[in-house]
Design a protein around this ligand. Sequence first.
Ligand code: UDP
Length: 327
Amino acid sequence: MRILVTGGAGYVGSHAVQLLVASGHEVTVYDNLAAGHREAVPHGELVVGDLLDRDRLAGLLAERQIEAVMHFAALAYVGESVHEPAKYYRNNVAGTLSLLEAMRTAGVGKIVFSSTCATYGVPNRVPIPEDHPQRPINPYGCTKLAIEWVLSDYSQAYGWGVASLRYFNAAGAAINGLLGEDHSPETHLIPIALEVAQGKREQIEVFGNDYSTPDGTCIRDYVHVDDLASAHLAAIQRLEPGKRIQLNLGTGQGASVQQVIETCREVTRHAIPAKHSPRRAGDPPELVASPASALAQLDWSPQHSDLKTIVESAWRWFQAHPTGYTL
Ligand code: UDP
């Protein structure tokens, strides 16, 4: 297929592009490089542009005869979204509406959308199935849920084939060592723990140790970024006119912050000092996916998502790229 990948220079997007290209698809990456990296697109074509540039997008879709879109481009810092909601609604909602208009103009009616477990808010129960109520507790989650609704209506009204994939905690680095995680600023648990192991930070803060979990720290469902990529490949092959898929992408296994830090210590053989800090606003105690529907509908299962493999792959990337993509 000829596929446009927005945000293809970002963390999850770049891993998906690598797999799409390796699987024989023709990929055009569209990214404004605000958070993405040119170096993260070694294969395929990179067009630098903004989602809000609807005419440019419509022209590109027509010119490249694009058949389907994978839409990763988004701002994704929960904390920032609380303080700067306008930025999030403009980029994630208005930006996506601009993309969807361009798709309508060009007659492209297939899309795989990056959604998130943040659309569930604080869950009533875990593991979380797809029909669990969606009540996001921060603007980031709200922007993603808004687009899920838009896509659902577009599917019904315009006969689009739509897949909304709700990621749990994307983690790790490409198993082939070519791609990895490079956020600025970095806020995620595993990269921060590994930066402590590298001596770039003195210690890691554990945000809250008084949650109602076995060791008191938050539990998350970490899923390897290459596994997310393979789920996208499976989803795009299953898009059918008028059909709407909404799936959780996780493993069904939770790990606590404490367990993740322990695994980082084991893999890196560094002490990784940790100190207890207050809870981080907006953190639900436990987020674990029920991946049963994704397993059944996509014929997919995570291959690299046990915690040790995730951390080992991330550690290889961090050691080979101590300053990220810009060496
Ligand atoms: N976390 C932490 N210290 C850090 C970064 C994260 O204790 O320096 C915790 C965070 O509170 C959450 C878990 O690690 O419970 C995963 O956080 P991350 O930011 O990696 O992903 P999120 O769950 O926010 O998508």
